[in-house]
Design a protein around this ligand. Structure first.
Ligand code: ATP
Length: 803
């Protein structure tokens, strides 16, 4: 700009066309920003996109699984670029537009600062030279500059917050799409990171805010430094400029030496914050259980310990900061100011000496009338130079200070970037679970499947090396496009530490075929792997096999295989009838109305779009013995904390009503009626069967056997053995008791499908024994219970007699 390319000449300021250019640029920018030009952008980008699974799979290549170091090196640049791709996908987005507007205002602010510095000098000069007219003009210009200045400042703040919000929204949407993926990824179920809520809420927010801020915090002071230095260099001359740069160099050296690793500190702080947050969340969620155990004091201890760990860390950051901030304050405020005074003094003193010398020479020859006015002019010009340069130097010191803060902020951004990159690369690098075969759409079959506890995909020695050249991201991308897909290890979200063990195979070579009407009961003692079988059937865990041809999976050497015929699952019907529906052990209640409890995972809008009516739901509730619920709770739209409002049995009955609503072909019921009385339980089972639902029930209650046609017993003898028998009809079991638990060798019948294992006398001896032992154990526990009842009956009798 011409105004700054010339040496300082206050009279030129704003007078020439070129001098007015910054103001014209400013006014034009303001007009453009407020004009209709931006309206199409506003409307087009008001909503952020959703990402399909295939888009996400392609994106995985940008998130190779590398150890995220929270420093400012090359990995940080790569990680930041990967994240910026999400929040700033192209130049034709609202974010890019906001960034351009933000940058423009930042440049304008610097331009205005220089104009203010010049004007400042001019006003003081006019004052010193008693130029009233010039002074008043300067004052008028001062107010004229104030308007764009304050507008610019508030726009910078506004654009920065809007940008931060847009970044947060884009990143959150991306993470939601990635994290809440359905099969075959099920990332929300398998992600092995602790405190995931902290990552998705606080970390994303803090990152978006810091990144939007860091741009301004870095760009503005850098621009200031550049322009102010160039301006100063003109009046300071070569020597002054060199001194200025020496000053910068020394500052950078000192501050670099005393700057702690803010990035690492910020990452640790975020982790500890997450742990504390998770602790508070757990107590809130499980408050009733805690209250029953009267565990308040214990929970307080746990939370206090977690909190103190966090606070200790934050305190240590504060302490580390003290030394840094002392140095920073000293260097930026005092050292720079002192250097500034020195630099201003150089031209002034030199000019003064020269002019004094010139005065001596002049004095000899021509002492005239205009001598006094010339001296006044020199003083006025000198004052102006001093005021302008001093203002520029103060701004320079301020810019330097902000740049130092920005360096600290940058390190914190590095810490947060590292954490978010870890989250995204972990989510991206969970390989898909094997897809099941669909068969005829109505069959459930397992063929020679080992049920084993999956290993941690991130710590497994069998995982491909997480290097950029052969990253898991690349693997999973290939998997997404290739058939068959190699199976993946899976794990529960919060249990990554418990995933390895010497023997993780729970059931070996499980083979069974279920067709509609073949109601299966899975039984066996606690911890033998009943729910694990359900997880494989439901597709949450990959089926394993001991075949040596197949890729590795379990930690005990058992290997998983590509999908061939390991698992066949019933498919959903075109009319929306699901192939499989699982009711888990622990009831789940989403937030929302009573209606949304029944129809979950459908939404209310899906329900209203479907032909189903509320009256039909009332019938379903009646069948689940919950007919009174709608009136009691104040209608279908009542919104409550259902987890607390409903009793244990009611929650389980409500889950059964949910099952009736979805009416799947197969239902996996994992001890989901344990709190319901036997008679109601029986009626609910019969109703499910009447709706055409084939039951796969996990239970330890022998009384439930009669609602099933087949029984899978996991023997729990440590070898992973099992038996799969047809349950004898009461006639076949004459004299053996109604539940028909013990089917002797040779009595079980294979089904027509042939998937069922036929028991022969030779191969079932050991299994039969195991089953009988299991039955003895069950019956013994019942006898034990009956003793308690007898005792109670006696007590009641005695009580009655006494009265
Ligand atoms: N995600 C996991 N990580 C580590 N171990 C697991 C995991 N899930 C299950 N297990 C272990 O696998 C074994 C079988 O668990 P599972 O839940 O299938 O038992 P279960 O037969 O259903 O028992 P119960 O009748 O008590 O419900 C248990 O020893 C359990 O500790």
């Amino acid at each position: 700009m011409t105004i700054f390319s010339k040496p300082l000449n206050p009279n030129e300021l704003f007078r020439h066309q070129s001098s007015r250019r910054p103001l014209l640029v400013l006014i034009a920018t303001v007009l453009i920003l407020r004009s209709r030009l931006f309206k199409p952008f506003r409307n087009k980008s008001s909503s952020t996109p959703t990402y399909s699974q295939s888009e996400l799979a392609i994106d995985a290549v940008h998130f190779p699984l590398v150890h995220a170091t929270p420093g400012l090196g090359l990995p940080f640049v790569h990680q930041l670029r990967s994240l910026l791709r999400i929040v700033l996908p192209s130049l034709y987005t609202r974010e890019a537009l906001l960034l351009t507007a933000h940058s423009t205002f930042l440049v304008l602010r610097t331009v205005l600062s220089i104009a203010v510095a010049r004007l400042d000098g001019r006003i003081v000069r006019d004052l010193v030279s008693a130029d009233g007219k010039g002074f008043l003009t300067g004052l008028a210009l001062w107010f004229a500059l104030a308007i764009p200045s304050i507008y610019t400042n508030s726009m910078i703040r506004h654009l920065q917050s809007t940008l931060s919000l847009r970044f947060r929204t884009r990143l959150t949407r991306y993470i939601h799409d990635l994290y809440l993926s359905s099969a075959p990824y099920l990332r929300y179920y398998r992600v092995p990171l602790h405190g995931i809520d902290q990552y998705i809420t606080a970390d994303v927010d803090a990152w978006a805010e810091s990144v939007a801020g860091i741009y301004g915090n870095l760009m503005k002071p850098s621009l200031d430094l550049l322009l102010f230095t160039s301006q100063l260099a003109r009046s300071l001359g070569f020597r002054g400029t060199v001194l200025l740069f020496i000053n910068y160099y020394i500052t950078a050296k000192i501050l670099r030496a005393v700057t702690p690793a803010f990035g690492r500190l910020a990452a640790v702080e975020a982790r500890l914050e997450g742990e504390y947050r998770a602790g508070v969340g757990r107590v809130g969620r499980e408050s009733e259980e805690v209250a029953f155990y009267d565990g308040g004091a214990r929970e307080r201890d746990i939370l206090t310990r977690t909190y103190l760990r966090l606070i200790k860390h934050v305190n240590s950051i504060y302490k580390i900061r003290i030394a840094y901030e002392w140095t920073e304050d000293f260097v930026i405020k005092y050292l720079w100011s002192a250097a500034g005074y020195g630099l201003i003094a150089v031209p002034l003193l030199i000019t003064r000496k020269r002019s004094r010398d010139a005065g001596v020479v002049d004095g000899k020859g021509k002492r005239g009338r205009n001598q006094k006015s010339e001296a006044d002019g020199i003083v006025a010009a000198r004052t102006e130079t001093y005021i302008s340069n001093r203002r520029l130097l103060l701004s320079l010191a301020d810019a330097g200070g902000r740049l130092m803060y920005a360096y600290k902020d940058l390190q914190e951004v590095a810490g947060l970037t590292g954490r978010l990159y870890t989250l995204l690369s972990t989510l991206h690098n969970l390989p898909p679970l094997p897809l099941a075969l669909s068969g005829d759409g109505d069959t459930f079959a397992l063929k020679d499947v080992d049920i084993c506890i999956p290993e941690d995909p991130l710590t497994s020695p069998n995982s491909p090396s997480p290097t950029p050249s052969h990253s898991l991201a690349t693997t999973s991308k290939l998997q997404a496009h290739a058939e068959p897909i190699p199976p993946a290890p899976s794990l529960e979200a919060t249990s990554s530490e418990t995933l390895s063990g010497p023997n993780t195979t729970l059931v070996r070579a499980l083979t069974l075929t279920l067709r509609p009407g073949m109601h299966l009961m899975i039984t066996g003692s606690n911890g033998v792997g009943k729910t694990a079988v359900a997880r494989v059937l439901a597709g949450l865990w990959a089926p394993g096999s001991r075949s040596t041809l197949r890729s590795s999976m379990c930690t005990d050497g058992t290997v998983a295989r590509p999908v061939d015929d390991a698992l066949t699952r019933p498919t959903d019907d075109a009319d929306g009838r699901p192939g499989v529906f699982v009711i888990p052990q622990r009831p789940y209640h989403p937030t929302g109305s009573l209606l949304s409890q029944i129809i979950y995972p459908h939404s209310v809008s899906e329900f209203t779009a479907s032909p189903a009516a509320l009256s039909e739901l009332e019938i379903l509730l009646d069948a689940a013995h919950l007919g009174y619920l709608v009136d009691r709770e104040g209608g279908w739209d009542a919104v409550k904390e259902w987890r607390d409002v409903l009793s244990g049995g009611e929650k389980q009955r409500l889950a059964m009503a949910r099952l009736y609503y979805h009416r799947p072909k197969f239902a996996i019921l994992d001890e989901c009626t344990s709190a319901v009385s036997s008679d109601v339980e029986g009626q609910m089972y019969e109703h499910a069967k009447a709706l055409g639902i084939t039951l796969i029930t996990i239970s330890l209650r022998p009384s439930l056997t009669k609602y099933h046609t087949h029984i899978l017993t996991l023997t729990g003898d440590g070898t992973g053995s099992w038996t799969f028998n047809r349950i004898a009809t009461p006639r076949a079991h004459e004299g053996r008791g109604e539940n028909g638990l013990a089917t002797p060798p040779g009595e079980s019948e294979p089904t027509a499908g042939g998937g069922e294992r036929e028991l022969t006398t030779e191969d079932t001896g050991a299994k039969y024994l195991a089953r009988v032992l299991e039955e003895i154990r069950v019956l013994e526990s019942r006898i034990e219970e009956s003793r308690e009842w007898e005792k109670r009956v006696r007590e009641l009798g005695e009580e009655l007699k006494a009265k």
